[in-house]
Design a binder for this molecule. Structure first.
Ligand code: AHG
Ligand code: MN
Ligand code: MN
Length: 311
């Protein structure tokens, strides 16, 4: 904890962040603040609509999407954005803009009635558009975690920092340089529905249990990965199966931003074939991927389990 915590803007200035990126991040931080407020005070019911994935939308999914979209327009810096909740790319300034932003406005929204932590995820690329772009080209990525406190975990490509929303509505630095150790004490196994088709996953779980690792799983990608970053170790897995042949989680809105952050913290993120998430080029805005992410040695061991064919 810093003695005199800096706010986000001052912190980014000291880090040498360009004025444009700093300004865009300030608008995104303000959007996160409004979403945090909406979660506390807004309607948590269903909107009566579905998104392009066929998932039921909550009123809050739509409101959070609007809040992020409006702030990106207001920044006057954005060429285009892509949202998990919108089928098409939204062009704002086109070639006259500086950045393209992809975001999941509300991650884990189906958990909201249980009052557990949910989040928002975003990533920023320079230039106009996403097709053919890779996570390795991201210039900044972050997520908001709306828990007992609202936090922003952010990386500009070198270190990972955590900011907390204070009671005067500013994000102030809380912990700098979050790091992930190579070995893990915990495991966060998503999509256990894959086990009947993928016995390797059951063997991997048994390996973790036999090695007395601790289960840490909320069902929300943001709190599950936030736990890895805040505790400094862990692994999150979400393999594919027949219901989700490419995996459930979205490359642009969830996996690439989280992979960028985890890599910057010294961790690793690959798909179930062992290919780095940051090397996957975006072919369609709504591409999905399997993901294994967290402590490097644990990720490598998990992929070895998945690549064994005889059990
Ligand atoms: P979203 O709320 O943006 O649709 O994302 C939910 C995601 C992610 O947070 C979580 O890891 C995963 O869905 C869990 O899905 P299942 O419970 O279907 O396995
Ligand atoms: Mn999500
Ligand atoms: Mn979402």
């Amino acid at each position: 904890m810093h003695k005199n915590p800096q706010n986000l803007n001052a912190f980014l200035f000291d880090q040498g962040c360009s004025e444009d990126l700093r300004s865009l991040l300030t608008f995104i931080a303000r959007a996160g603040k409004y979403v945090a407020h909406a979660i506390k005070t807004g309607d948590i019911g269903k909107a009566g609509t579905s998104n392009l994935y066929g998932e039921e939308q909550l009123s809050l999914d739509i409101l959070a999407d609007e809040i992020f979209g409006e702030h990106l327009v207001e920044s006057n810096l954005v060429s285009a954005f892509a949202s998990e909740e919108q089928e098409q790319l939204v062009t704002i300034l086109g070639d006259n803009g500086k950045f393209s932003v992809a975001f999941d406005p509300l991650d884990g929204s189906s958990l909201i009635d249980t009052n557990v932590t949910i989040g928002s995820i975003f990533a920023i690329w320079e230039g106009n558009g996403f097709l053919g772009r890779k996570g390795s080209e991201i210039v900044a990525a972050g997520y908001f975690s709306y828990g007992p406190r609202t936090t922003l975990v952010l990386s500009l490509g070198n270190i990972v920092d955590e900011f907390v929303l204070n009671d005067i509505g500013e994000f102030q630095i809380y912990r700098s340089n979050l790091c992930i150790k190579p070995t893990s004490k915990t495991f966060s196994p998503g999509n256990l529905r894959a086990i009947p088709e993928k016995p390797a996953y059951a063997h991997l779980l048994q390996h973790w249990i036999s090695n007395t690792k601790t289960l840490r799983y909320t069902g929300g990608m943001v709190p599950d990965i936030n736990s890895i970053l805040c505790k400094g170790n862990g692994i999150f897995t979400y393999p594919s199966h027949s219901q989700y042949p490419q995996g459930k989680l979205r490359l642009l809105y969830e996996c690439a931003p989280m992979a960028f952050i985890v890599n910057c913290a010294g961790g690793k993120a690959v798909n179930e074939k062992g290919n780095p998430i940051l090397d996957i080029a975006c072919e369609n805005l709504h591409d999905r991927t399997s993901i294994f992410l967290g402590s490097t040695q644990e990720v490598d061991t998990s992929i070895e389990f998945f690549q064994r064919i005889h059990y």
